[in-house]
Design a protein around this ligand. Structure first.
Ligand code: LLP
Length: 428
């Protein structure tokens, strides 16, 4: 459950009126609830408590220093995908020895940096990558901890751009070849230490069955590898979906009727624990979206309205450069007026200032008839919101704010125009 709700006609994040933040900081601004993040992390841990399970937060979902610091303070590990993310974790006070490093195209400088920082494990995605890490570790005189990402060929029933666990995807080593690859590591790569096995079948999964299918399918291999290589952990990846529509409901969730299959942390844990517990192996989980997705809203101001022949448009001061999910994945985010409206809903497209028809945050949406100058909150913007933002159309990056009870702090100042062009220069 998250911490956004109307009180006295205005939308609050915890005990802070979002209108006050918009007035003080301007828009667009991402507003995060500390309580929601801490609660979701605690829920994960409690639900998985019967296992020897550890959370490695997927940094890519939201990599703001303050959010990483919050995760570090709560003792979370981190799932990283670049040298940049490793640097961010360390810079935010995170422990590099709790980092697992995934990604299909790790470069030599990144591999060296990760070895110097003594990360927990590389999650490797191909034999050539394993050979490269073996070579570099040999040169550095160290043994590199590795796991291989097995691609179990299970359909995650999610958007095609965020499905990763089928043999159509670039990720991991096919399940039919995984044993051969581990045998090759053991026989030919003396500078690698086989530490575990990893998998991840996709993101925004709303059903538990694909997770169960993948675990059942990979289980015999894990058992074998525990015997053959004495592996220490099995990472079952991330991907647990959140509710994007009706996300403001709290208490007994009203959306439940519309989403009978909707996965929860509890249903995820309850379906996997009986399968995993008998193994007795350390389990890593790599949630990103589930820990931060519902924990933020992006505030944006309505600038103009336009009634066209076919449609009504509300133009806002945030674009696909600020949140790209609707344009890229047909993502759905609830949009709520910060000042509560009563019964004046219309159907409109909520569009941004960018010169592209794909620049919309909502299409044909039933929404309050907000007027220019009013502030809107785009909900569930915490995961893959700011972290995917760009300066396209020369729009400086938005600000970010963290709410804690009745207090709030800026955790990223709005980018200035000078900062936006600071690294550009004319040719000699
Ligand atoms: N582990 C691995 C190896 C991953 O590739 C990912 C996400 C995660 C964990 C975390 O997945 P999560 O728990 O957040 O679903 N930008 C897209 C999502 C891309 C996910 C990429 N990998 C979106 O906005 O929907």
């Amino acid at each position: 459950m998250h911490s956004f709700a109307y009180k006295n006609g205005s939308l609050y994040c915890e005990d802070v009126n979002m209108a006050d933040i918009a007035a003080a900081v301007g828009t667009p601004v991402f507003v995060y609830s500390k309580k929601t993040i801490a609660d979701d992390l605690a829920d994960f841990r409690n639900a998985m408590a019967p296992l020897n399970a550890h959370v490695a937060y997927a940094v890519k979902a939201c990599s703001n220093k303050a959010i990483l610091n919050l995760m570090a303070q709560q003792g979370a590990g981190f799932d990283i995908v670049s040298g940049g993310e490793l640097w961010r974790v360390i810079n935010a006070g995170g422990d590099p020895t709790l980092c697992t490093y995934a990604g299909v195209a790790k470069t030599e400088p990144e591999i060296r940096y990760a070895l110097e920082q003594n990360i927990y494990c590389f999650n490797c995605e191909s034999e050539n990558e394993l050979r490269e890490i073996n070579r570099i570790a040999g040169e550095m005189g160290v043994k590199a901890p590795v796991a291989v990402r097995v691609n179990p060929h299970v359909d995650a029933h999610t958007h095609k751009y965020i499905t990763t666990g089928t043999n159509e995807n670039k990720f991991g080593v096919d399940i039919t070849r995984i044993e051969e690859v581990y045998a090759t590591i053991a026989a030919e790569m003396p500078n690698l230490h086989i530490k575990g096995l990893q998998m991840h079948i996709g993101s925004q999964l709303t059903e538990k069955q694909p997770f169960v299918d993948a675990v059942v399918k990979v289980m015999p291999i894990v058992k074998k590898f525990m015997e053959l290589y004495n592996i220490e952990f099995w990472s079952i990846g991330g991907g647990i979906g959140i509710v994007y529509d009706g996300c403001l409901e709290s208490g007994k969730p009203e959306w439940w009727e519309a989403h009978p299959e909707q996965i929860t942390i509890q249903s995820y844990a309850e379906s996997l624990i009986p399968l995993l517990k008998p193994l007795g192996i350390k389990i890593l989980i790599e949630p990103g979206r589930r820990l931060v997705g519902n924990a933020a809203a992006m505030l944006t101001t309505c600038i103009y309205e336009k009634k066209g022949e076919a449609k009504t448009f509300k133009m806002i001061d945030a674009g696909m450069n600020d949140i790209i999910r609707p344009a890229l994945y047909e993502g759905y985010h609830e949009i709520w007026p910060v000042k509560e409206h009563q019964g004046d809903d219309i159907v409109a497209d909520i569009v941004g200032p960018i010169c592209e028809s794909g620049d919309f945050q909502a299409q044909n949406r039933r929404i309050a008839d907000v007027k220019p100058g009013e502030v809107l909150a785009e909900m569930s913007a915490g995961a893959y919101g700011f972290s995917m933002a760009s300066t396209y159309n020369s729009r400086p990056l938005a600000a970010e704010v963290l709410v804690d009870g009745d207090k709030w702090s800026i955790i990223r100042r709005r980018q200035t125009l000078e900062q936006m062009v600071a690294d550009e220069c004319l040719p000699e």
